[in-house]
Write a protein that binds this ligand. Structure first.
Ligand code: HGY
Ligand code: MN
Ligand code: MN
Length: 421
């Protein structure tokens, strides 16, 4: 029985803080949008660290990075872990980044202890998980799992019209490895909870059961530009008035369902966006989520008919396009149990938990046994510069990750001096 050492809390925290300097914001968070120069800097730092840890690195056509620690039998499919390095515009230091650097800490710890595994272990950086720039979300892992086409993802455009593919090439991460189509033995993702439950209960580890479904839409409301000073109020076709009524009505829909869905309008653009011109067109996004897929579908239909009614009342044109649809997902029971078992073995409190947020693991669950490990974050705050987590909780999550990965990858001989588990 291989004795598995603890990960190095200080080294993990120092790596997180060094990575957080790339795109650091005045408010103490990180703003590192996908495929910007800052994302390239973060990717370069990860690749250097991974190579320093003896990994071979490959990059696929959608820019996913795979840092591979070889196994005793290289013909076996890798056990994978990882997450994302891109952040929200005013994001935090841990969302995604913790999962990537916890994976790297596992590799560093195995190296220090001279522990070999039968299966290779791969630490993955998925391209554009957040979707804050190219608007799809989980572009890299959805292409890898075949849920979306590589070409569709490469063709995604940011608000300035730049394509994901062109930006990938510009930062030097348009790899030549094929996207997906390979066997994966299992996938585990460590992540902050991005919710208040673990911290409120004083629980260290969340064994994640699954994640709720999500449907996103892009809505365009067309009216007519006009002079703010001369056009009488009763003759206006004011697109922003329509959009504003829609946003309020969409919010009200959430309160009519139990359990409540979450409905968010996070981005809204006005054309021509001039103080003395009546808005002619407004484009806004809708992000809706619910644990039950049928309810999510009903909410989608209700949102559409509500926007249509408001557009008709105000003589506006409406186009509502679905931009992404991810069904709710349940993680592999054996992977969930492995997380619970590892937490118990390590003496950490653990509870089953469900994810309100989406993750690359939600895509990976479609192609391989998948599990997630949550750790607490301060007041459950995330997608916010104030996002914070405690070093000891992050290290606990990395220790659980180490155990579940070694269990799946099969541990070989250990060097003398490895501490008792
Ligand atoms: O939006 C999400 O659920 C993820 O944090 N990108
Ligand atoms: Mn995330
Ligand atoms: Mn996020």
């Amino acid at each position: 029985m291989t004795r598995i050492p603890r990960t190095d809390e200080r080294r993990l925290w120092d790596s997180l803080m060094e990575m957080a300097r790339i795109g650091a914001t005045p408010g103490g968070g990180v703003g590192r949008l996908a495929l910007t120069d800052l994302d390239r800097e973060a990717r370069d730092l990860f690749v250097r660290w991974a190579e320093d840890a003896g990994c071979t690195v490959r990059i696929d056509r959608i820019g996913n990075i795979f840092a591979r620690r070889s196994g005793g039998d290289e013909s076996l499919p890798p056990v994978m872990t990882g997450s994302h390095l891109d952040t929200q515009p005013l994001g935090g230091r841990f969302d995604g980044i913790f999962g990537v650097l916890a994976g790297l800490e596992v590799v560093r710890t195995l190296n220090d202890a001279g522990i070999a595994t039968r299966h290779p272990i791969e630490v993955v950086v998925w391209t554009d998980e957040e979707g804050a720039r190219f608007r799809a979300g989980t572009a890299g892992s959805s292409a890898f799992t075949g849920l979306r086409s590589v070409d569709d993802m490469l063709a995604l455009r940011d608000p300035d019209g730049k394509t994901l593919g062109a930006e990938l090439a510009r930062i030097g991460y348009a790899g030549n490895a094929p996207v997906g189509g390979m066997a994966v033995a299992a996938f585990f993702e460590a992540h902050i909870e991005q919710g208040p439950i673990l911290e409120a209960e004083g629980t260290t580890i969340g064994a994640v059961q699954g994640a709720q479904g999500q449907r996103c839409f892009l809505v365009t409301v067309e009216g007519e530009e006009g002079h703010a000073g001369t056009m009488p109020m009763d003759r206006r076709r004011d697109a922003l008035l329509g959009a504003a009524r829609m946003v309020d009505a969409l919010n009200a829909i959430a309160f009519r369902h139990r359990p409540m869905p979450v409905i968010t309008v996070g981005s809204l653009r006005v054309r021509p966006d001039s103080p003395n011109t009546i808005p002619g067109a407004v484009t806004f996004t809708i992000d809706s989520r619910h644990p039950d897929d049928a309810t999510l579908d009903r909410v989608g239909a209700e949102m559409r008919s509500t926007c249509e009614d408001i557009a008709r009342d105000l003589d506006l044109a409406l186009v509502m396009t679905e931009t992404s649809h991810r069904a709710s997902v349940s993680f592999d029971p054996d992977c969930v149990e492995a997380v619970r078992r590892a937490a118990a073995r390590l003496g950490h409190t653990c509870r089953d938990i469900y994810s309100g947020a989406g993750h690359d693991a939600c895509n990976m669950a479609h192609i391989t046994p998948t599990g997630m490990i949550f750790v607490p974050c301060e007041k459950g705050i995330s997608h916010n510069e104030k996002e914070n987590a405690r070093p000891e909780d992050l290290a606990a999550g990395a220790d659980v990750l180490l155990h579940v990965l070694v269990e799946r990858a099969g541990a070989g001989a250990a060097s003398p001096g490895a501490s008792t588990v």
